[in-house]
Ligand binder design. Structure first.
Ligand SMILES: Cc1cc2nc3c(=O)[nH]c(=O)nc-3n(C[C@H](O)[C@H](O)[C@H](O)COP(=O)(O)OP(=O)(O)OC[C@H]3O[C@@H](n4cnc5c(N)ncnc54)[C@H](O)[C@@H]3O)c2cc1C
Length: 305
């Protein structure tokens, strides 16, 4: 059971930081509550007594998104449903609608934030692979005396292991920033115990940009989560594909380059099989999203094989 002495809903960031700096030990931040509340309710930690819960969801400074100089900044209150319904986000982050559509259900998507997903750092959290592929960074603030000190670090360095992130006890994540990639094709693959309302076992994010005559890969972004303690960017495969002709053969060769990628303690053979399939499928689906009909034929052929 969750017991909480004080539930506070600050309306400004300075107020939240001041409350957080003075909060009794054991206090927690909460935004959507979709990780925090099940954790407490399910009693995985026994009865949970939280002296103070600080709800960040009403803070205006943490709300809203904007695109500037090829980067998009998403306030920490940005929820997964926005990646499905907001045109700017759909255009700039082509893999995110596919990520969001399989994320939980409508109600959870309205509550669950990208920032909370990254801070919670579940090994296969759906937000981590796309943010790696998109060169994501997380913005963090803390109070130093009367001033607000800010720092920013890549998501790849922020996530240190399952449930572990580079966030000090007095810090608050204020935003996630990442590359805006309009004109790319995007894909997101995930597998878990069942098809809907499922936490991923393995997930993959992919973005592709063919060159102007649509025959070679100009840029490829691939990342996966759930194959080791931290999410990984598949840079070796990206480098292999960049500049190569877009063909089923090239994609198969890329998918075969999966030795050493799986670094999980459990179900290694299964995860290796999934990794190979996801590299191939995510590339084909991203090309299909871009509008390359050849890839769609490939997908149909594969499905019929
Ligand atoms: C039914 C159900 C289905 C789900 N399905 C999926 C799924 O498909 N894929 C998936 O990846 N996850 C899934 N989840 C997990 C969860 O919804 C996500 O991880 C979600 O993105 C967490 O965001 P939140 O805003 O709810 O975080 P919260 O629960 O509010 O917080 C999570 C953690 O982050 C901290 N925190 C929150 N905001 C901040 C901040 N701004 N600064 C610093 N710390 C902060 C909190 O203290 C807490 O430790 C599911 C959960 C449920 C209950």
């Amino acid at each position: 059971m969750l017991l909480c002495d004080q539930y506070i809903t600050p309306l400004t960031l300075p107020d939240a930081l001041a409350q957080w700096a003075q909060a009794p030990e054991g206090s927690r931040l909460v935004t959507g509550g979709t990780d925090l509340l099940p954790w407490a309710r399910e009693g995985r930690a026994g009865d949970v007594h939280v002296p103070m819960l600080i709800d960040l969801s009403r803070i205006g400074e943490l709300t809203g998104t904007e695109t500037l100089d090829g980067r998009i900044r998403m306030g920490a209150n940005t929820v997964f449903q926005q990646f499905l319904v907001e045109d700017d986000l759909r255009r700039d982050l082509p893999c995110m609608p596919y990520c969001a559509v399989w994320f939980a259900d409508d109600q959870i998507r309205q509550q669950a934030t990208l920032a909370g997903n990254l801070v919670n750092a579940s090994p296969a959290a759906d937000g981590t692979a796309p943010m790696l592929a998109l060169n994501g960074e997380i913005e963090i603030v803390r109070l130093e005396g009367d001033t607000v000190a800010r720092r920013s670090l890549p998501v790849a360095d922020f996530v240190l292991g399952p449930g572990k992130v580079d966030l000090e006890h007095d810090e608050i994540a204020t935003a996630v920033t990442c590359d805006a990639l309009p004109g790319y094709g995007g894909a997101f693959e995930k597998v878990g115990q069942r098809r809907s309302l499922v936490i991923s076992t393995v997930c993959a994010a992919c973005l592709v940009k063919p060159d102007h005559d649509r025959t070679t890969f100009q840029d490829v972004r691939l990342a996966m989560a759930g194959i080791g303690p931290v999410p990984v960017r598949l840079t070796q495969i990206e480098d292999f594909l960049t500049g190569k002709s877009i063909s089923r053969q090239t994609i198969r060769e890329a998918a075969a380059m999966n030795d050493g990628l799986v670094n999980s303690r459990t179900r290694q053979a299964y995860r290796k099989h999934v990794v190979e399939g996801f590299i191939e499928r995510s590339l084909l689906n991203a090309l299909s999203d871009y509008g390359l009909e050849l890839a769609q034929e490939d997908i149909r052929e594969m499905a019929n094989a």
